[in-house]
Write a protein that binds this ligand. Structure first.
Ligand SMILES: [Zn+2]
Length: 258
């Protein structure tokens, strides 16, 4: 029996994943008659994390649909903002350290593994903690164990941040999370972090916060302007957060979020 032939077209935002000959117009694919549409789409290079709606001859279908001969399949990208089934938490791979610190600066829960623990362990942590895996590694995003995942489209941290904020629209709470370890911050009296302060810092600043997880002290320091700009840009464009300076005061004394 002849294998079914179907016709596939991909939305422009998915073109980077597929062979160039499949980008311009619908192209034919021979199937085995038993494979699901999800499997076929993945086998052509597109992580299912990046797939929104699937249409078969104009009808919405799921990725378990088994396409029949002659069907015309349209593969769309995810809608933005993308709905989430649980409070938004992220897990970032080893290449996205700057993005992790910037998300934390905005108060977004962003776990980050460095050194690299490997794809299997990352996928297991994503599943165990219901975290959205952020990566530029398509192989990692193909892993079945992931609770959820998202491809990070740019290699530039400022574009990566806009990509994640526009895709997931997480609530923003600037200056509420430790950029070093992802713990939450609480306001503290100067006396409780005095042992972490140099003389000049102790004299010059009055508003302090401390990480509830690692104990790191935070205050408004010399690097505040650049971090303020990141926060102000994010709040202006994506809203939902408090205005800069309204939360527990303090810039990262190590200027990690650069
Ligand atoms: Zn910390």
């Amino acid at each position: 029996m002849e294998r079914p032939e179907i016709w596939l077209s991909f939305a422009p935002e998915l073109h980077l994943f597929v062979a160039s000959r499949r980008r311009a117009a619908p192209t034919a694919v021979r199937t085995d008659g038993a494979s699901t549409l999800g499997h076929l789409v993945e086998s052509l290079g597109v992580p299912l994390t990046e797939v929104g709606s699937l249409l078969a001859d104009g009808r919405p279908v799921g990725d378990a649909h088994i396409p029949g001969h002659g069907e015309r399949i349209a593969v769309h990208g995810v809608t933005r903002p993308q709905p989430s089934a649980a409070p938004l938490r992220f897990l970032l791979d080893v290449h996205l350290g700057t993005l992790a610190r910037r998300l934390r600066l905005l108060g977004i829960d962003a776990a980050y593994e460095n050194p690299d623990i490997g794809d299997a362990a990352l996928a297991a942590r994503s599943a165990a903690e219901r975290r959205v895996m952020l990566s530029r590694d398509r192989g990692l995003l193909h892993r079945r164990e992931l609770w959820a995942g998202a491809y990070v489209y740019s290699h530039r941290p400022d574009e990566q941040l806009r990509d994640v904020l526009s895709r997931f629209a997480p609530p923003l709470a600037p200056w509420s999370r430790c950029t070093t370890c992802n713990g939450t911050l609480r306001s503290v009296a100067k006396t409780s972090v005095r042992d972490q302060l140099r003389d000049g810092t102790e004299r010059s600043y009055d508003a302090f916060a401390q990480c509830t997880a690692c104990g790191q002290a935070y205050w408004r320091g010399a690097h505040h302007a650049s971090l303020d700009a990141i926060v102000a840009d994010a709040v202006r464009e994506f809203g939902g957060g408090r205005t800069p300076g309204a939360g527990p005061d303090g810039a990262d004394r190590t200027a990690a979020a650069t």
